[in-house]
Design a protein around this ligand. Structure first.
Ligand code: GLY
Length: 356
């Protein structure tokens, strides 16, 4: 069986296990990693229908006493009121500090269950079981947790590393093509950041056949970054390639455009800007746009560069009068560039206006 284990060597290190059919082995794998305790599964109403039973069965088969909390699916529920309901559920179940939360689902579930685990009784352990490609290659690893506030996405949260990540890639079989593309955007981003051969896989027609390899390479790269900069004081910012434009598009669209689709436009824009402004050391823009389109992702936006620059300048990642951009020099090699905020609109114009 094709099963990979990637270590994440942060303060309290953990493993990311990737493979087919892992949901059915989750009881044994979780017991090996965290021992015996009570388990509270947190999941959403869509994922519960598909995967709650096999997870439950495997956990109870391994001897666990399990309870589960199911919230209504959707980013609109990634809010304080759902977090409060989850915490009340844990308390009602008399979960103790020895017990463990299992987050079963995509990014919304992982972010919220991780946040709840990080603050319940000042911190209990949790296991991430990502069921989307997006959560598998990005949000389930690295310990970022959050909920959205009225003022913006992910504005309340904490760093709380999981004790184990179990990624059963068979779960991707039930993703819609749009949702699969959503995750592909973050994997393509990893290729542009660090690994031209990973990027090249997305130029072929074999993405599905190589999925365990793709997830493993993305996780291994993210683990290396997070090990060096757990709380995003420097290097971890590189993971935001394509995200300055991407977050601005999400904001201008009222968060109706999925994250990966917005990031895809951001990747296309920063590649074009890097080429036009002489920051890239070789032509990259056409190749990046063509791989995004091939994988069902957009490369243009209806929003103007100045509207997007305004939205980006109210982003939480801005530090004073400057903004840090991740700039691709070639495929597989990017650098951090700090720019005065006044220059941002010029960069967005270079990236988004029709090429001259
Ligand atoms: N999604 C970017 C990070 O985890 O830092």
């Amino acid at each position: 069986m094709d099963q990979r284990v990637i270590p994440v060597r942060v303060r309290e290190g953990y493993s990311v296990v990737i493979g087919n059919g892992l949901l059915h082995e989750s009881g044994r794998l979780i017991r090996d990693a965290i021992g015996t305790c009570r388990i509270a599964i947190v999941t959403d109403s869509n994922v519960a229908k598909l995967y709650l039973s096999p997870l439950n069965e495997s956990l109870t088969g391994a001897g666990y006493d399990v309870c589960s909390y199911v919230f209504s699916a959707g980013e609109q529920n990634k809010r304080m009121h759902t977090l409060a309901d989850i915490l009340e559920f844990f308390a009602g179940q008399r979960l103790t500090r020895k017990d463990c939360v299992v987050a079963l689902g995509g990014g919304v579930t992982g972010d919220m269950a991780g946040f709840a685990a990080g603050c319940y009784l000042r911190g209990v352990r949790y296991v991430q079981v990502p069921t989307t490609l997006l959560a598998a290659v990005d949000s389930s690893v690295g310990g970022k947790t959050a909920v959205d506030l009225t003022a913006g996405k992910n504005l309340a949260g904490l760093f709380h590393q999981p004790s184990l990540v179990l990624c059963d890639t068979d779960c991707f079989n039930t993703l819609s093509p749009d949702e699969f593309a959503n995750g592909a955007a973050e994997a393509i981003k990893t290729g542009i950041l660090d690994d031209e051969s990973l990027f090249s896989l997305f130029e072929t027609d074999h993405v599905n056949l190589q999925i365990n390899d793709i997830v493993s390479r993305c996780v291994a790269f993210k683990a290396r970054v997070v090990e060096q900069d757990e709380t995003e004081t420097g290097l971890r910012k590189t993971l935001n390639l394509g995200h300055t434009v991407g977050h601005a598009i999400e904001k201008c669209s009222g968060f109706t455009l999925p994250h990966g689709h917005a990031v895809a436009v951001g990747l296309a824009a920063i590649a074009q800007a890097a080429e036009q402004l002489g920051w890239a050391t070789e032509p990259i823009s056409a190749r990046i746009k063509s791989v995004l389109v091939k994988n069902g992702l957009p490369v243009t936006t209806e929003f103007s560069p100045d509207a997007l620059a305004n939205a980006a300048l109210s982003d939480k990642k801005r530090a004073g009068d400057s903004i840090t951009l991740v700039v691709p020099q070639k495929i597989g090699d990017c650098v951090l560039k700090e720019l005065p905020v006044e220059q941002l609109e010029q960069v967005f114009r270079a990236g988004l206006e029709d090429e001259r």
